[in-house]
Design a protein around this ligand. Sequence first.
Ligand code: SF4
Ligand code: SF4
Ligand code: SF4
Length: 256
Amino acid sequence: MKTNRRHFLKVAGVTAMGLAAGAGTAAASYLPHYDHVAPNHDHLTAGRWGMVIDTRKFHHKEDFLPLVEACHKYHNVPTIPGNQEIKWLWTDSFHHSFPNKHNEFLEEKMHHQDFLLLCNHCKNPPCVRVCPTQATYKRADGIVIMDMHRCIGCRFCMAGCPYGSRSFNFQDPRPFIAEQNTDYPTRTKGVVEKCNFCAERLAEGKLPACVEASEGKLIFGDLNNPESEIRHILAENYTIRRKPDLGTEPSVFYII
Ligand code: SF4
Ligand code: SF4
Ligand code: SF4
């Protein structure tokens, strides 16, 4: 049974978020609740998953809230005040999001607008290269994902990620989850976490929670398929990526 579950987790590409191997972690109650979640015949597949964020469709700070809430509620991301914040999907200014795109003649609205940020599921992910235990790895479909069984909490990946896409659980996050989603495991003290491009939802044939909540503001699809919607959108619109000069090749694009 144990073997079967491990096998499934590999097949589904779903991280067993929960059981950390490192010091200061681990709790028997921290086992994942994936037994009833199985990839079905409708599971979504791609050569390389990617996302386009149409920033023109976000007008107010409130426009981001349903997306962030959808992600964080679904994935049991705790709300921890202060500098121990855990974030999978968040917003920041143009200046912080795209530091190399600033110029003195920048359109005025860019100075005031926020931008939606998440893990870029980089084609060349430095976080994967620096992880000593292969807890972070890149799947064949481009999703950069974590196996929590292997995370020892060393935080090399946080130092390696140039986008601040990873958060560390300095304390037990569970008391800070308002309403727990029993379909998704919680984490514990001493492990890193981040956006997983909703791998568990793709395995069930569902789009990412933030995409579903975005009402067309986010487009998700196969970057390797020239006939996919996302490729058409990329061909028809000017897009930018975060810190492209670093050579990480983000899979998240922004229409500005
Ligand atoms: S954004 Fe950061 S965490 Fe995500 S794949 Fe790239 S380097 Fe890794
Ligand atoms: S903290 Fe990051 S680098 Fe260290 S084991 Fe966990 S995933 Fe790998
Ligand atoms: S793709 Fe999924 S995990 Fe990533 S930010 Fe969107 S809802 Fe969260």
